[in-house]
Design a protein. Structure first.
Length: 300
């Protein structure tokens, strides 16, 4: 089985109760969530990350193992934390205490694709970009966290450089709204595709997603869902998308033209899987992506 290498942060989300002083500790971190989602979908996946030798590090390691993820852990001074506040609509905001130490990972011979992005791509751009340049295929989610970043102009330069190293890019309309104030997110996606990726997908929350390839635009609505919160929904979308693209052979470098020119037919299944994965995650608390059986049932 082809292996997926995920490179980026794993941390613990401390999720606060509305108006209270109690916090729930949930394993998280965008790349770690993507790895967990892929592991639950039956993929061979390794997460290269940094964790402290502490209680939170052990919590994350156990969570990864339970989802079938092979952890490749570089020791950090402590396990990173994200303090999560969720508003009345279930939308999270974040404050961070971070410890990020991994250098550039070796790409194993059996690796079919590298998934990366989020905080690691912003705070360790050198190692991340070196890994992207050496991978057979790259899936990238900038997953913007404004509280930890510089001004949008400088971040645009970094993100566009990383987009150009990617084959598949997924970004939320909120990400694009922060990076390009006042611009149409779909027009930005067209410009990003011209930088090099075969596929750029813009997620739009309850309005579904728009996929851009050389063949044009494919738009899909979101499944109806009673939202508990949206923590990890974008990561579940990414894991569902990558899993289905891999199953369809569309991440094989030899089939790059098929992905580059993909239209309604080749993208229908991957987009449906991605949207269903996100919807299932929104229906329960925290970053809790579906198993292969749950996703299969949702797609029937």
């Amino acid at each position: 089985m082809a292996r997926i290498l995920v490179f980026g942060e794993a941390l613990v989300d401390l999720v606060g109760e509305p108006g209270g002083r109690r916090y729930r500790a949930d394993p998280g971190g965008s790349p770690a969530n993507v790895a967990v989602g892929l592991g639950r979908l039956g993929k061979a996946v390794t997460l290269v990350t940094g964790l402290g030798d502490d209680a939170f590090g052990r919590l994350v390691t156990a969570h990864l193992a339970a989802s079938g993820v092979t952890p490749d852990v570089r020791r950090a001074p402590f396990t990173s934390l994200a303090v999560v506040s969720v508003d009345g609509a279930g939308v999270p905001s974040y404050d961070f205490a971070l410890s990020w130490t991994p250098g550039t990972p070796e790409i194993p011979p059996d690796a079919a694709v590298l998934c990366t992005g989020s905080l690691a791509a912003a705070l360790a751009e050198g190692p991340v970009e070196a890994a992207m340049a050496g991978a057979p295929a790259v899936c990238y989610d900038p997953n913007i966290r404004p509280a930890l970043l510089g001004d949008p102009a400088s971040e645009r330069r970094r993100v566009e450089r990383q987009v150009a190293l990617s084959d598949v890019v997924k970004a939320s309309d909120e990400d694009l709204g922060w990076l390009y104030p006042g611009a149409d997110p779909v027009e930005v996606a067209h410009r990003w595709r011209a930088l090099g990726p075969a596929l750029v997908v813009v997620t739009r929350g309850p309005r579904g997603c728009v996929a851009i390839t050389a063949s044009g635009r494919v738009e899909r609505p979101a499944p109806p869902v009673e939202v508990v919160d949206t923590v990890g929904a974008g990561d579940a979308f990414m894991s569902g998308l990558v899993s289905a693209l891999l199953d369809g052979g569309l991440l094989d470098p030899a089939r790059r033209a098929d992905l580059d020119n993909g239209g309604e037919s080749p993208l229908s299944g991957p987009l449906a899987a991605a949207l269903a994965s996100a919807a299932i995650t929104c229906a329960r608390p925290g970053a809790d992506p579906p198993t292969e059986e749950e996703l299969r049932a949702a797609l029937r």
